[in-house]
Ligand binder design. Structure first.
Ligand SMILES: Cc1ncc(COP(=O)(O)O)c(C=O)c1O
Length: 391
């Protein structure tokens, strides 16, 4: 199974031993019979394979974890009830009071909010190293570096190999949130990163109908994250949701190809519109990090496109967004349906004007999550919206 299309279908799953069912059954059980006292003792001691209690693990969830470990090229993975729960579990299990976490931003706002509030309450130092760089920001207390390979909403890249080199030379753990890229486009572990986090709610599920998260990496760290995140915090993913993710991931490589094709067509169209001041898409030669994108992103440049209107006002963005017919106005991303949002009034409405300026979020900015519809229809929708809005 060398090709990702094959692994997305088969990894972690085989026909059910009891029934022969090809689709992994939803195992709706919180308790699991272990048969004998000695086998129960061995399962609890971690010396025998087996399920003990729903909060710690479940066969449907385990199949999803095995599939995600395979796709990310990791020894192990652990699933959570949301991407946010996965993030919290990594930080709480691997850091201690007094430790410093450096991040390269801008991060997803929810992640930054979580890190900062946890930092205050639990005595962690959380430092934004984006402007000064990791080496200048480094301190003796630095234990973890958090990075998103492709940032939201301005679609800048961070060089994972460079990050991994700096951090591993100094003994810190590196974590990459790979939600925007998926293992189809970027495999952070292959670039030397230690742990990968996902909001599976986005491309991995792909249909906008399930919330979940996952962490993949080496077996020892994943065991720690599992113990804290599931055993102590109880942020376990339900079996039904796991079934939806298992089903969604089977078509992930096909969907990503369609997302990438559509996004490139949309970005190329927007780049030639007089009403558009700038387009951010790593697949465009005009993107300042196009060379890095070609090196780091394999097989496509993602499904997100962000652009700024020449008339950089909220009213201009509203005119365009309100005229769109195929793109729904919503903040999530990675669905088969195309979505559009105004970051300044939604995803970035809670951050300070300074942080918004650093992230490059202006009032005339629109972020698109390009779905899998035909690119010609998406381009036509944008063309009519720009024309109707008089932009
Ligand atoms: C990059 C990124 N990471 C993490 C999250 C949080 O995921 P969830 O909503 O599944 O908790 C999101 C949500 O938008 C995200 O975009």
């Amino acid at each position: 199974m060398t090709h990702i299309r094959t692994r997305a279908v088969h990894a972690g799953q085989q026909p059910d031993a009891a029934s022969g069912a090809i689709a992994t059954p939803i195992t709706q059980s919180t308790a699991f019979a272990y048969g004998s006292l000695e086998r129960g003792a061995a399962i609890f001691a971690g010396e025998a394979e087996g399920f003990r209690y729903g909060r710690y693990g479940n066969p449907t969830v385990a199949a999803l974890e095995a599939k995600m470990a395979n796709l990310e090229g990791a020894e192990a993975a652990v699933a959570f009830a949301s991407g946010t729960a996965a993030t919290a579990a990594v930080v709480l299990s691997l850091l201690a009071p007094g430790d410093e976490l450096l991040f390269l931003g801008p991060l997803y706002g929810g992640t930054e909010g979580l890190l900062r509030s946890m930092g205050e309450r639990w005595g962690l130092r959380v430092t934004d190293a984006t402007m000064i760089g990791l080496e200048a920001a480094w301190s003796p207390a630095t234990r973890m570096v958090w990075v998103e390979p492709l940032t939201n909403p301005s679609l800048r890249l961070h060089d994972l190999e460079a990050v991994a080199q700096i951090a591993s030379a100094r003994g810190a753990i590196t974590v990459a949130d790979n939600t925007f890229c998926t293992p189809c486009l970027v495999r952070p572990l292959a670039h030397g990163i230690d742990l990968v986090v996902h909001s599976m709610t986005k491309y991995l599920g792909g249909h906008g109908d399930a919330t979940g998260g996952v962490v993949a990496g080496d077996a020892a760290r994943i065991a720690q994250v599992r113990k804290t995140g599931l055993g102590h915090i109880g942020a376990s993913l339900a079996a039904q949701e796991s079934f939806l993710f298992l089903r969604g991931i089977k078509t992930l490589p096909l969907r990503m190809e369609a997302h990438c094709d559509g996004a490139l067509a949309v970005a190329q169209f927007l780049e030639h519109q007089s009403a558009v001041r700038s387009v951010f898409y790593p697949g465009l030669a005009s993107h300042p990090q196009h060379t890095l994108a070609k090196r780091q992103m394999q097989g496509g440049f993602g499904g997100m496109v962000t652009f700024e209107l020449a008339r950089a006002e909220r009213a201009a963005a509203a005119d365009v967004l309100d005229a769109l017919q195929l793109f729904a106005q919503a903040v999530s991303l990675g669905d088969v349906d195309s979505l559009a949002c105004h970051p300044a009034s939604t995803t970035h409405s809670f951050v300070s004007p300074e942080v918004r300026a650093i992230a490059g979020v202006g009032e005339g900015m629109i972020r698109l999550s390009v779905g899998i519809e035909h690119p010609d229809d998406l381009v036509a929708d944008l063309a009519q919206a720009l024309a109707r809005a008089g932009n």
